[in-house]
Structure formats: structure tokens, C-alpha cells
Design a protein around this ligand. Structure first.
Ligand code: ADP
Ligand code: MG
Length: 275
């Protein structure tokens, strides 16, 4: 007897319920690792900015990267985001997405968000509008379900405003915010894109102590749902974050572990902390 359409579709539903089938381009976190870099090398005019760099970040992790100037920290982020192509090595987002074969927009779309030091906010627009403009929207869905989605979108903006502690600044032009508030707004704009992995290069540079501490609280609240890779020099901030620390030196990993462990590592003291 042949299988009827309704039975076949029931079987398909049962299968879909028990085994999650990945769509093409979907992030595969089945091995709990969100980012793998393996033996990455990048040369600039014969100088090795990255030299067989290998690193793995777990899903939901909050990782700090430290190391002297020129160690290759920013170059590493350039490789992850597709801005710089490695000469050798592999870079995977989850189990299946080969970052070395994706364009910068494809990588951003896949769920990697990057915050640069200089905020790229729209100064004459309000804080609320900045977040609204940053939202990922599916134009087709938006047209048919406009009213419902508009409400949902407003809720998402409101949630993000609370998260970045700018709810009381929502209607102010972004250009009037303090340096620290502008940094938070830009983090909020990244969050509107729903990234899985956030890359933050020296996020608390130029912030007051109070702003730095609030930023630490924000990052800790994001970990779990998001994975974060934070490049910083501020040791008090890194201690506050409390995650695993990777020390880069001459384009490779010199040491890795909790902050106390790497702070007591003689090689780390020599090249970085003891200067
Ligand atoms: P970090 O962020 O750890 O301070 P970078 O990744 O910015 O280090 O730089 C690593 C090394 O690569 C430095 O010596 C830097 O001068 C060099 N470098 C980085 N980008 C370029 C580039 N586009 N062209 C030439 N050299 C570069
Ligand atoms: Mg740098």
C-alpha cells in the first residue's frame, strides 16, 4: 500500500520535531562552539600580523583578548568579519559556515556584529530612531503584517533602550549624548541586528570609570544569549567581566585561562603586563 499525502506529511512533521534540520546558511552550534580559527596567518608586506593563530569560542561565552599593541588583535577581527582574507588557515562560524568564503555583508547577515571604536550613529536622529534604523527587517513580511510587526518592532526598540540604559534619552538627538552613551547606542544598534557573535574592539576606551562599569554589566547581561569577544587593555574591566582571557603576542596565542592565571604567567608579564 502506498503512503498517502497526509501520512507522508505527518511523518515529515514527526521527523522535523525530533531532528532539527538546518537550513542552508543556518548557524550550526551542535558542538557548542560558535567560532573556530585554525592556523590563521596574515602577512602585510612579508610581516606576519597573524602567525598560525588558533582559537575557539564557545556559544554564549564572554572572551577577553589582551596583548601588546601590534599583537594582531584587530587583524584577527578583520579576518573574522571578512575584511581581511587570511593567507592560510580556516575560520568557521559554527560547524559549517566557512568565513573565508563569505563576503563582509554575508558574514554580518549570518550573525557576526562588530563594534568599531568610533561610533557610527546618526547624530541628528533621535536615539529611538537610530535603533529603529538599525533593525533587520524583512520588507516582504513587513508589508503584509505591517500593523502587528510595527508593534513588535516598537517593543524591541523599547527592550533594547532599557538594556543599554538609554530609555530616558529615547527622544534626544544622538549627537547630544555623552561619549559613553554614544558607545552604548552603537552597541544597541548592533543588538537590533540580532547578532549571535559580537566583536568589540577596545569598547571602554575614553569612558569614565562609571561608564566602564556599566558597560561591564551590559556585556555580562548579553553573554549566554550572545557570544562576545572583547579586546581591551583595561584590567579592572576585564576582571569585572570575569571570562576566560586569551593573550595574543606576535600574531599567535601566548597564554589562555582565567585572568589570575594569565597575570601570573611569566611570559605574559614579560611581553605585556610588566612593561
Ligand atoms: P593590535 O590590534 O593587536 O594592536 P593590529 O592587528 O592592528 O594589532 O596590527 C598587527 C600588526 O599588523 C601591526 O604591526 C600593524 O602595523 C600591522 N598591520 C595591521 N594592518 C595592516 C595593514 N592593513 N597593512 C600593513 N600592516 C598592517
Ligand atoms: Mg587594535
Amino acid at each position: 500500500m502506498s503512503v498517502g499525502i497526509s501520512e507522508a506529511s505527518q511523518q515529515w512533521d514527526d521527523q522535523a520535531a525530533t531532528s532539527h534540520v538546518l537550513k542552508p546558511g543556518e548557524l550550526d552550534l551542535s558542538h557548542k562552539v560558535i567560532l573556530y580559527l585554525e592556523d590563521i596567518s596574515v602577512s602585510f608586506d612579508g610581516f606576519k600580523a597573524l602567525n598560525n593563530l588558533s582559537l575557539a569560542i564557545d556559544a554564549g561565552e564572554l572572551r577577553c583578548i589582551i596583548g601588546p599593541n601590534g599583537a594582531g588583535k584587530t587583524t584577527m577581527m578583520d579576518v573574522i568579519t571578512g575584511k581581511t582574507r587570511p593567507d592560510a588557515g580556516s575560520a568557521f562560524f559554527g560547524q559549517t559556515l566557512d568565513l573565508t568564503r563569505l563576503s563582509e555583508p554575508e558574514i554580518a547577515h549570518a550573525g557576526i556584529g562588530r563594534k568599531f571604536q568610533k561610533p557610527t550613529i546618526f547624530e541628528s536622529h533621535s536615539v529611538f530612531e537610530n535603533l529603529e534604523l538599525a533593525m533587520k527587517t524583512d520588507k516582504r513580511v513587513r508589508r503584509s503584517l505591517f500593523a502587528v510587526l510595527a508593534g513588535e518592532q516598537r517593543d524591541r526598540v523599547a527592550d533594547t533602550l532599557r538594556q543599554i540604559r538609554l530609555a530616558d534619552q529615547a527622544d534626544r538627538p544622538a549627537g547630544l549624548l555623552s561619549h559613553g552613551q554614544k558607545q552604548w547606542l552603537e552597541i544597541g544598534m548592533l543588538l537590533m541586528q540580532e547578532p549571535k557573535l559580537l566583536l568589540l574592539d577596545e569598547p571602554v576606551a575614553g569612558m569614565t570609570d562609571d561608564e566602564t562599569e556599566r558597560t561591564g554589566e551590559l556585556f555580562k547581561s548579553l553573554a549566554g544569549k550572545h557570544s562576545l569577544v572583547v579586546v581591551e587593555h583595561d584590567m579592572a574591566f576585564i576582571e569585572q567581566l570575569g571570562g576566560k582571557v586569551t593573550v595574543l603576542h606576535e600574531g599567535a596565542v601566548l597564554a589562555e585561562g582565567d585572568l589570575a592565571t594569565v597575570q601570573n604567567d611569566q611570559r605574559v608579564i614579560e611581553v605585556y603586563l610588566g612593561r
